[in-house]
Design a protein around this ligand. Structure first.
Ligand SMILES: Cc1cc2nc3c(=O)[nH]c(=O)nc-3n(C[C@H](O)[C@H](O)[C@H](O)COP(=O)(O)OP(=O)(O)OC[C@H]3O[C@@H](n4cnc5c(N)ncnc54)[C@H](O)[C@@H]3O)c2cc1C
Length: 359
């Protein structure tokens, strides 16, 4: 039906994700890339490497690791490919205080190491590599890793997450995790009684500004255009909130601070005037991009690219292909919801394989 669909690893993935690579992950970027290159050169020595896998998990965030724990304990011999961000989004944050079971909170990278250990303990085969193409029109399903390794799989669990969009300022990358965040629900609590800013103009930005206003002493909302994109009701909530000041026609020139956020310099696009606002938290809410491009020709998805699953399950429109975590969740995007849906995906995959008599 469709040809083999994929993308060029270096040209697209590396470029798009390079500046937000986890700064505090257990694996350094250079070590990861060199291992990635090793895989490529090792693979290129053989014209094609191929392997059949019972349960393939794509992605190593909370959804992927939870799916792996359940699949390994159900004797499904799961193989996981970690992608360009081993451990997923939590590796770029410091304190995680809302994941159940950690009463004192935990560092994001440490929590992901714990999940990895737990998945390994039950026998998950965890590998470096990026899924670069798939063919879901054939059975068993075909997946290419790093453009070279050909896999077939009886069940495929997609847990590739969604990447936050960033402004692209060097100061934003430098202070990421030290006052700069792309998740108000996750990190807003750390700024109780302090002044913060949020960039964005859509419904999510409006919702997050209102959320932050319940915690912070003041929220400055930076909006590039002369009006917000958010729905009327959300705009009204923002504009009527005495703790939120909206700066229209304004962009972020620089986030200020050496080791943590101390302020922001903004520029008015009409007057070209700049001014500095002292604050301690800077939130970016300009959207997320689900990592679903290679799957989109086969799987139902919404206009933003979030994969659609059959309600109450992790099943996609293709038998034997399951989706979990942020790649299929526009609404909640939290580690605990990702983990919960990872559990669902493994259980759905186990029942699917059992029904086919694949043991
Ligand atoms: C700054 C920040 C702070 C946050 N803080 C919190 C918090 O305190 N509490 C909370 O609950 N949530 C928090 N979140 C949200 C949370 O991180 C996500 O909801 C969660 O990580 C989603 O898990 P996931 O497994 O779906 O995807 P992700 O964690 O995004 O992981 C996706 C995985 O897929 C891999 N991948 C992508 N494409 C491919 C491919 N083609 N081939 C192979 N692998 C691929 C990536 O390498 C990665 O390992 C935060 C998010 C951010 C950005």
């Amino acid at each position: 039906m469709y040809g083999f669909v994929g993308f060029r690893v270096y040209r697209t993935v590396m470029h798009r994700e390079s500046f937000c690579f986890p700064l505090r992950t257990g694996v350094s970027k250079s070590r990861f890339i060199s291992s990635f290159n090793d895989t490529r050169s090792r693979a290129s020595r053989y014209s094609t490497m191929s392997e059949h896998i019972k349960c393939l998990i794509i992605g190593s965030g909370p959804a992927g690791y939870t799916a792996a724990i359940y699949a390994a304990r159900a004797n499904m011999a799961p193989v996981m490919y970690m992608g360009l961000q081993p451990g997923g989004q939590l590796t770029i944050t410091n304190d995680v205080e809302n994941f159940p079971g950690y009463p004192d909170g935990i560092m994001g990278p440490e929590m992901m190491e714990d999940l990895k250990k737990q998945a390994t303990r039950f026998g998950t085969d965890i590998r470096y590599g990026i899924a670069t193409a798939v063919d879901f029109s054939v059975t068993p399903r075909r997946v290419t890793i790093d453009e070279i390794i050909e896999l077939t799989a009886d069940a495929v669990i997609i847990a590739t997450g969604a990447s936050a969009k960033w402004l692209g300022l060097p100061s934003e990358a430098k202070l990421n995790g030290s006052g700069v965040s792309a998740c108000a629900v996750c990190d807003g609590f750390f700024y109780r009684g302090q002044e913060v800013a949020i960039v964005g103009a859509g419904d999510t930005a409006a919702e997050e500004a209102t959320y932050l206003a319940n915690l912070a002493s003041k929220v400055t909302m930076i909006v590039r255009k002369s009006e917000m994109k958010a729905s009327r009701i959300m705009q009204k909530r923002v504009l009527e909130n005495p703790k939120i000041e909206v700066l229209f026609d304004t962009v972020t020139d620089e986030i200020l601070g050496e080791h943590s956020v101390e302020g922001v310099r903004v520029k008015n696009l009409l007057t070209h005037e700049t001014r500095e606002i002292p604050l301690t938290g800077f939130f970016v809410a300009i959207g997320h991009e689900p990592n679903s491009k290679i799957f989109q020709p086969y799987l139902h998805h919404d206009e933003q690219g979030y994969l659609k699953t059959i309600p109450g399950s992790s099943k996609t429109n293709i038998d034997g292909v399951f989706a979990c975590g942020d790649v299929q969740d526009y609404t909640y995007r939290q580690a605990v919801t990702a983990a919960g849906s990872g559990c669902m995906a493994a259980l759905d995959a186990e029942r699917y394989l059992a029904a086919l008599g694949i043991h």
